[in-house]
Structure formats: structure tokens, C-alpha cells
Design a protein around this ligand. Structure first.
Ligand SMILES: Nc1ncnc2c1ncn2[C@@H]1O[C@H](COP(=O)(O)OP(=O)(O)OP(=O)(O)O)[C@@H](O)[C@H]1O
Length: 279
């Protein structure tokens, strides 16, 4: 700032110095309909390229399945998106204005990216409802949340999420008494309380019954449109259900995109059969 400008600011007693203004986080801009841009990403661990010039675009409201053999880089890609791992090269943007590579993990979560890990991590000794309550973005102090009166809006949001995850009848049950599948849905519900724009879901159906798998597919499909959902999964029946005829499936191999298209297209792709489906 120039000396003259600084003097002007000092003379005005009501003025807040421009260098004290907090930096506003850029707002999400998806006017091009793309919510996530990953371009030219590479990351090496001890000289091994886990991600190798990866380019991937996720549309706003899209449900995308990511498949690929063990070690293809699926988890590392999620780690980059959520800020856990920083790439050596490339760029990662959330919409057109939010540069994910300049943010840490909490800031990325705050910006609207939620991640569901493979194992459910619900609070076993609390009720289903209290698990959702604790996941509200507004408050973080456990005791005050559980004893506070909820606003109508907060209470409505909990009911809405209970409905989405299909656990209305289990509202007051202890989370520890739920089935494995129900715990997974509850954890998805906990993420939904934060109203994420992008949900990253890692192998959601491992250990589920067939019925639970079908229900999970329906749940994730119902979230698309309002949210973008990226699902990493090995179970091909489940991926087929999720992808249907029209959704895009991306196949990762050795840290980059090997093929992309409808389930039918990738299943019949010679390279994909060679490295993955023919295993
Ligand atoms: N922190 C790390 N240090 C060293 N190597 C790593 C690290 N993280 C991942 N790797 C390696 O990078 C490669 C990609 O791993 P990643 O976990 O991303 O694959 P994946 O596609 O998720 O595999 P899976 O389907 O088995 O979960 C693997 O060879 C893995 O051993």
C-alpha cells in the first residue's frame, strides 16, 4: 500500500484498514456445468508414479463410478481431491473458482466436498438422530448440541436426511445396534447434514447383503442431481446397477484414465478386459 493511501486511511477514524479485511473465500461457480476439474495430475511415492498425468472432469449433479485394479490410484486421487495428498504437478479445481491445491483438508470440507471412507465411523453409543445432530455444520460442541433446542430448520433437515437414508423408523435406536448397511447409510446421512456439493464414496458396499447393496445403489442414485457423487467400487454388479445404461464409468489404470464411457462400452473395451475385468 502506498504511503499516501495509508495516511488517508489513518485520518478516517471509522475506517477499517484494507490490509485487515479478511480474505473472502471464492464462491463456487459451476456455470460451465463442471463441478470438478482434475488436470495433468501426477504424484510419486518413492519414485513410483501412483497418479500419472490424470485428467478427470465431473459434471454438476453427476453420479460417476470409478473402477480399476488394485493400486490403480483411486484412493490417491480421492486423497488429492480432499487435500490429504498434494500432487507433484497438475491442477484440481472445484468449479471454476476454487483451487483445491491451495486449501487444506478442513477448508476443502467446508467448501462442500464430503468423503465417506470404506468403514463406517458412526458414534455407536448415540442414537441415529444424535449422530445426525452432531454432524450439523453450525455447532461443534458436543454437550451443547445434544442439550440445545433445535431450530425448526435444523429439525426439518434431520427429518429430511432420515427420510433420504431410509432410517426414519430407527431414529431413536443406538447406532451400534444398526446393521452394517444401515451404519453405512447413517454415515452418508451424517455427510449430507453438511450439505456437500460433491460426495466421494469409497467402496460403500463391501460386506453388505444383496438387499443392502440394492438399497445403497438407490440411495446414491437419489442423491445425484442435487449433489455430484463419485463412487469408487470393485463390485461389478453394484457398479452396473449404479451406472445403468447412461451414466459414465471411468476406468483407472496405473494412475491415469484407461477408458471412460457407459458400462457397456467399458465392459467391452479390449484394454479394460485385459488389465481389469479379465482378471
Ligand atoms: N503414502 C504412500 N506411500 C507409498 N506408496 C503409496 C502411498 N499411497 C499409495 N501408494 C501406492 O500408490 C499406488 C496407488 O495406490 P492407491 O491406494 O491409490 O490405489 P487404489 O486404486 O485405491 O487401490 P485399491 O483398489 O487396492 O484400494 C499403490 O501402488 C500404492 O502402494
Amino acid at each position: 500500500m502506498s504511503q499516501a493511501r495509508l495516511l488517508d486511511e489513518i485520518k478516517d477514524k471509522n475506517h477499517v484498514f484494507s490490509f485487515m479485511h479478511t480474505q473472502q473465500a471464492p464462491t463456487l461457480n459451476v456455470s460451465k456445468n463442471v463441478l470438478l476439474y482434475l488436470e495433468g495430475l501426477s504424484v510419486s511415492f518413492d519414485g513410483f508414479k501412483a497418479i500419472n498425468n490424470l485428467n478427470l472432469y465431473i459434471n454438476d449433479g453427476e453420479l460417476r463410478c470409478i473402477i480399476g485394479p488394485n493400486g490403480a490410484g483411486k484412493t490417491t486421487m480421492m486423497d488429492i481431491i480432499t487435500g490429504k495428498t498434494k500432487p507433484d504437478t497438475g491442477s484440481a479445481w472445484f468449479g471454476q473458482t476454487i483451487n483445491l491445491l491451495e486449501m487444506d483438508e478442513p477448508a476443502i470440507a467446508q467448501a462442500g466436498i464430503g468423503r465417506k471412507f470404506q468403514k463406517p465411523t458412526v458414534f455407536e453409543f448415540l442414537s441415529v438422530r444424535d449422530n445426525l445432530l452432531l454432524s450439523m455444520p453450525e455447532e461443534r460442541k458436543v454437550f451443547s448440541i445434544l442439550t440445545a433446542r433445535l431450530t425448526g430448520e435444523q429439525s426439518d433437515r434431520i427429518d429430511e436426511v432420515l427420510e433420504i437414508i431410509g432410517l426414519k423408523e430407527q431414529t431413536l435406536l443406538q447406532a451400534g445396534s444398526l446393521s452394517h448397511g444401515q451404519k453405512q447409510w447413517l454415515e452418508i446421512g451424517m455427510l449430507l447434514m453438511q450439505r456437500p456439493r460433491l460426495l466421494l464414496v469409497d467402496e460403500p458396499v463391501a460386506g453388505m447383503t444383496h438387499q443392502e447393496m440394492d438399497r445403497t445403489a438407490e440411495l446414491l442414485i437419489s442423491l445425484s442431481g442435487k449433489h455430484s457423487v463419485v463412487v469408487v467400487e470393485h463390485d461389478m454388479d453394484f457398479v452396473r446397477h449404479l451406472a445403468g445404461k447412461d451414466r459414465t464409468v471411468t476406468v483407472l489404470h496405473q494412475g491415469s484414465v484407461l477408458a471412460e464411457g457407459s458400462m457397456d462400452q467399458v465392459q467391452n473395451n479390449r484394454k479394460v478386459i485385459e488389465v481389469y475385468l479379465g482378471e
